[in-house]
Ligand binder design. Sequence first.
Ligand SMILES: *[C@@H]1O[C@H](CO)[C@@H](O)[C@H](O)[C@H]1NC(C)=O
Ligand SMILES: *[C@@H]1O[C@H](CO)[C@@H](O)[C@H](O)[C@H]1NC(C)=O
Ligand SMILES: *[C@@H]1O[C@H](CO)[C@@H](O)[C@H](O)[C@H]1NC(C)=O
Ligand SMILES: *[C@@H]1O[C@H](CO)[C@@H](O)[C@H](O)[C@H]1NC(C)=O
Ligand SMILES: *[C@@H]1O[C@H](CO)[C@@H](O)[C@H](O)[C@H]1NC(C)=O
Ligand SMILES: *[C@@H]1O[C@H](CO)[C@@H](O)[C@H](O)[C@H]1NC(C)=O
Ligand SMILES: *[C@@H]1O[C@H](CO)[C@@H](O)[C@H](O)[C@H]1NC(C)=O
Length: 814
Amino acid sequence: MDMLFMVFVAVVILLASSLPVPSFSTRISLSTGSSLDVRYKEDVLVSANEVFSAGFYSVGVNAYCFAIWFTDQSLNKQNHSIVWIANRDYPVNGKGSKLSLLKNGNLVLIDAGQWHPPVWESVTNSNTSEVTLSLADNGNLILRARGGERLWQSFDSPTDTLLPDQPLTRGTLLVSSRSSTNYSSGFYKFRFDDYNILRLSFSNLEVSSLYWPYAWQHPAETNRTMYNSSRIAVFDNYGHFMSTDNLQFRTSDFRSRVWRRLVLEPDGNIHVYSLDERRKVWEVTWQAISQPCRIHGICGQNSLCTYSQKFGRKCKCLPGHKMNVPTDWSYGCEPDFKPSDDGGSTFGFLQFSHTDFYGYDSGFFVNFTFDRCKEECLSHYNCKGFLFRAKGSKGENLCYAKSRLLNGQQVFDVHSFVYVKLPTNIIKIYEKKTNPLEDSPFLNCSGQDIIHLGRAYKKNSPNDSVKYMLWFICALGGFEMIAMAYFFSVNMGTYKSNQVYHQVATSFKRFTYNELKKATNNFSQEIGRGSSSIVYKGVLQDNRVAAIKRFKEENFRGEAEFLAEISIIERLNHINLIETWGYCIKGKQRFLVSEYMDNGSLADNLSLNILDWEKKYKIALGTAKGLAYLHEECLEWVLHCDVKPHNILLDSNYEPKVADFGLSKLLKRDVARNPRFSRIRGTRGYMAPEWISNQTITSKVDVYSYGIVVLEMITGRSPTTNVYDDTDGSSRAEQKMLVKWIRDKMQVDNVTGKALPMMEIVDPRMNGMYDRPRMEALVQVALQCVEDQERARPTMSNVVDMLAGLDLHHPSQN
Ligand SMILES: *[C@@H]1O[C@H](CO)[C@@H](O)[C@H](O)[C@H]1NC(C)=O
Ligand SMILES: *[C@@H]1O[C@H](CO)[C@@H](O)[C@H](O)[C@H]1NC(C)=O
Ligand SMILES: *[C@@H]1O[C@H](CO)[C@@H](O)[C@H](O)[C@H]1NC(C)=O
Ligand SMILES: *[C@@H]1O[C@H](CO)[C@@H](O)[C@H](O)[C@H]1NC(C)=O
Ligand SMILES: *[C@@H]1O[C@H](CO)[C@@H](O)[C@H](O)[C@H]1NC(C)=O
Ligand SMILES: *[C@@H]1O[C@H](CO)[C@@H](O)[C@H](O)[C@H]1NC(C)=O
Ligand SMILES: *[C@@H]1O[C@H](CO)[C@@H](O)[C@H](O)[C@H]1NC(C)=O
C-alpha cells in the first residue's frame, strides 16, 4: 500500500515535471538543463537594466530567430533594433524549437524538436555542471562557468551590428542583412582585410569588389595605416570610433552618453545610430558613405545609379534592358534584345555623359582615337561598351573597353563619356534625347532610403549642453518685410486676438511671451538689428542658447498667415540650415526662436582672415548642400534670394548653416513666377542679373549669389567694395568686374600653363597654402554659377555633386 502510494506520487511528480510550464515572467538568467521555448513570447532573458532582451524573434510566417534586441517595443517597430542573431540564415519553426543549455555546458538552438544537428550551438563544454547564461547591461549575451570564466559571448560573433565596447577584431566581421525585412546574410561585409585595413566590400555569387575606402586609393591617401596588425576597431558610448588602421571618427552628437549602435545596412552603407529616448527614435549620427551611388552592386548590372537631393537614390535600367527581378535591384537588368552573332554589324553606341561604370575593363588603351576605341569594342563580342576620356592627366586619350556594365553611376568628370553597345534599332529610339535616362522621372520621396545626417541636441548635464550647443549670431542683413507685404495680401481683418491652439510639430514649439521674456532677460542682450527685426540672445529653460528674433510691429501680419509661413520653416530640416525651434505670437508681436552659432558669420570670418583652405572648401560644399535642400527637397519649393556671407553662419566645427531663409525670404514657386514679383530682393554685390533685367526669377538667382560668395572666399575680394580702379563705382559693375577679372586670369591659365594665374587669383593672405586641383575645380564651378544666362548655370544639387565628386580623380583605374 505504502509502496503503491509512493509509486503513484512518483508518477504524478514525474508527469508534472515533464509538462511544459509556461513561464510568463522574464528571466535574468538561464541555468544548466533549462530552455527558452519558442512558444512563449514572454519567455525571454532580460538584462539587469532591462534595456536588452534575448529570445525568439518573429522574422516571418512561422519563422523565428533567436536574437538579442532593444527591449523597448516602440523601437522594434523600426525593424532596426535587433543587435544579434544566432544563425540568421536558418530561422526556426514556431513549434518544438528551443534554446537549451545542456548539462555539458553547450548552448544549442534546435529547430522543431530536431536535436541533431542543432541549428546553432555555442560549442562550449564544461566539466563543472554549473553554467549560466545571462544578458549583460551592454547587450552582451554571456555564458559563464561557475568560477565566472566566460565560456562564450555573443560579442565575439557579431551579425550586422556592433554595440559600444564590442570590438571588431581579426576574427570577426559584420555582414549586412539581405533587406530591411529579411535578416539573412546579405551582400556587404565590413572587416579588416589582409593589409590590416578596415574595408567595406560587396560580393554576390558573380562578382566582388571593394568600395570603401575606394579601391584605387592608397591607404595613406585616406589616412589609414597598414602597419598595425592588431586589427581592433571599437567605439564607445560617447560616439568615438577608433581602429588600429587609424580610422577614427566622432558621431555628430559626440560626447553625449546615449545608446548607440553601428549597423552595416542592407544597402552597404554604415550608419551609427543614437537613441533619442524622448522621441523614441533612432537617429543616424554618422555614415560611412554620403554618396550612395558609390556603393558597389547597389543597382546590379546594366543599370545606372543616380542620386539627387530631390529624389534620393534611383536605379534605372539602361535603354533596351529590363529588370531581372522586379522587386529587387540587386539582380540588375538584362538585355531585352538578342545578342548578335554576326560580328556586331547591327550594333551601335549610345552616349552617356558624366557617367562611369566602375571596373570590369576587358581592355585599356592609351592614345586610341575615338573611332579606334569604338572599333575595338564593336569587334569583340563580349564588349558591352566603353568609357572614353578625351583628356587624361597628361592630355592623352584613354579608352576602357568594358566586359560588364556594373556599378554604373553619374560622376563629375566632364571629359568622361560612356558608350553603351546596343542594337541600332534601340539606339534610334533614344538618340534624340539628350539624356536617354531622362524620359521617366521618378517623383517619389517616400521610397527614399538615403539618410541625411540629423542634428542632435543632447540635454545631458547643463554644463555639457551649454558647451556643445550650436550657437547663432544673427545676420545683420535682416528681414525685408516690404517684400512680404508686397506678395502676400495682408488681411488685417482676419486677425483674431484669441489664442487658438495650433498644433505645429512635436519638436517645434510655440513659446509664450513670458518664456521669451525670461530667456532674454527682458530683451536685454541685442545681437543684431535689421530693417524689420531685432535679434536678441537668450537662454531657454532647457539651457539651449537661442537667437530670438522680434519683428517690428509695423510689419505686422495676421496670425494665420504667420503660421502658414511658420509651418514651412518648421519642416525645413537640414544640417546646413539654421534650425528654427519655435515661435511666439502675442497680440501684434511676432517672434522666431532659432539656434545660436558660436563662430559667427562667414562675413566676420572672412574679414578676420581665419579660415584655412579646408574650411573654405567645407563651407562651399555645406552651403551648396543647404541651398540644394531648400531648392529641391520634397518640401515646398523655396528660394533664399539673399545668399551672402552675412547669411552663412558657422558652427563650432565650421560647418556652415544658411540663415535667414525664413519668413519673408520664402518664395513659393507660383509667387516667383508671378511677373509682379519684382526687383527688391537681395543685397547689392550678390544679385543675379535677372533682378535687374526683366526676367523670371528662378532658383538660379541663388546659384548666382552662391557663385559670387565662393569667388569672394577664394579671392578675398568682396564684390561690394570697389577694389578695381577702372570701374564706374556701381556695385553691379564691381561684381561684374570680379567675375571678369577671374575669367581673364583663367583664360591666361589655358595659354601659358597653370601655376601662375591661380596664385594671382587666390587670396594672397593664404600664403599659397591650398590644394590647387581642388581650388581650380572650385573656381570652375563658381564661374559656371555666375554665368549671365540663367540656363547656363548648374542647379544647386549639380554643384553639390560636382564639389563632392572632386576627390574622384580616377574614375576607372583597376
Ligand atoms: C518593418 O517590417 C515590416 C514587416 O515585418 C515591414 O512591413 C515594414 O515596412 C518594416 N519597416 C521598416 C521601417 O523597414
Ligand atoms: C575541469 O577542467 C579544467 C580545465 O579544463 C581542469 O583544470 C579542472 O581540473 C577540471 N575539473 C574537474 C573536476 O575535472
Ligand atoms: C531572405 O534572403 C535569403 C537569401 O537571399 C533567401 O534565401 C530567403 O528566401 C529570403 N527570405 C524571405 C522570407 O524572403
Ligand atoms: C589622420 O589621423 C589622425 C589620427 O591618427 C588624425 O589626428 C588626423 O586628423 C587625421 N587626418 C585626416 C586628414 O583625417
Ligand atoms: C597597434 O594599435 C594598438 C592599439 O591602438 C596599440 O596598442 C599598439 O601599440 C599598436 N602597435 C603598433 C605596432 O603600432
Ligand atoms: C600619347 O600622345 C601624346 C600626345 O600626342 C604623347 O605625348 C604621348 O607620349 C602618347 N602616349 C603614349 C603612351 O603613346
Ligand atoms: C513611391 O514609392 C513607394 C515605395 O517605394 C510606392 O509604394 C509608391 O507607389 C511610390 N509613389 C509614386 C508616386 O511613385
